[in-house]
Design a protein around this ligand. Structure first.
Ligand SMILES: [Zn+2]
Length: 282
């Protein structure tokens, strides 16, 4: 039963992923979230056969059925990642056993669990949208980061049991505390080192993980970001000295939101990280 359960969770996540693609494409355009999807090249409306997450993409070999123009890889990537994230989340929440106990209990469904789990699901969808949007446009729309911050604060206020530790008064200010260094860097560098978008994202990270775990996730983000940046520079140097002389220009600004969110996911899904850091710092 367990594999079947996760298969349906993956499928559900992928369907939400295809909705997130619509949000990503139509944000900041005049298009609403309603109406059928269509091919961006030939404007042909997609039929229900082409709207299956992942399967349609594979069946069509990544091309539009009418005009054969290439379908953006983003579609299948977002669907797949959202499917995987959903599987991870439900595994973290206790898998099929917990799910059936909380939802189909004879004594009635556990609505606190259902609401808090749905909230987590919405937050993860939002985080995926933020990562993809930042990668594409190098900006995080304010309404996405404020929605993340508000939902995280709601989670802290109404579902304190979603934290693996007892909350303190400091955790209530975690968002503001963790956002302030980013805001300071933004002021000092006049926006050159750090966008204000990262400060707004740190608000949500603080409230989602609490002060200590939020701090650790941001430290991790800087480490992974630095390692990534250094390897890009190394690859760039190697290519310059190689026989092939690939002309690769270093992107001066690497979007930081993906690293921040990767840090959050690592701390959330791998509790050993906090155990390790606790012995070091706290
Ligand atoms: Zn087309």
């Amino acid at each position: 039963m367990e594999p079947l359960f996760y298969f349906f969770i993956f499928l559900f996540g992928a369907i939400i992923g295809s909705f997130l693609n619509v949000v990503l494409y139509r944000h900041n355009t005049t298009m609403t979230l309603m109406g059928r999807s269509f091919c961006f090249s030939c404007n042909k409306q997609l039929t229900w056969k082409e709207l299956f997450p992942i399967a349609s993409f594979i069946a069509l070999r990544g091309k539009c059925r009418f005009c054969k123009s290439k379908i953006d890889n983003q579609y299948v990537m977002v669907e797949g990642v959202m499917g995987l994230l959903s599987v991870l989340l439900f595994w973290k929440l206790g898998g099929l056993a917990t799910f059936s106990e909380k939802v189909f209990s004879v004594t009635g469904a556990d609505w606190t669990w259902i609401f808090s789990s749905s909230l987590l699901f919405v937050v993860f969808s939002l985080l995926l949208v933020i990562v993809v949007y930042d990668l594409k446009h190098k900006i995080i729309p304010d309404n996405f980061s404020y929605a993340f911050a508000s939902l995280s604060l709601l989670k802290m206020l109404f579902f304190p049991t979603t934290f693996p530790f007892t909350l303190t008064l400091w955790d209530l200010f975690a968002g503001l505390i963790l956002a302030s260094p980013f805001a300071l860097l933004w002021v000092i560098s006049q926006g050159r080192w750090m966008g204000l978008g990262d400060a707004k994202l740190a608000l949500g990270i603080g409230w989602f993980l609490g002060l200590k775990a939020g701090f650790v996730s941001i430290v991790l983000a800087f480490w992974i970001g630095a390692a990534f940046g250094l390897s890009l520079i190394a690859i760039n140097k190697l290519q310059k000295t190689s026989f092939f002389k690939h002309h690769v220009t270093m992107k001066s600004e690497i979007p930081f939101a993906p690293f921040l969110i990767l840090g959050l996911l690592l701390v959330y899904f791998v509790p050993q990280i906090m155990t390790f850091f606790s012995t070091l710092f706290f």
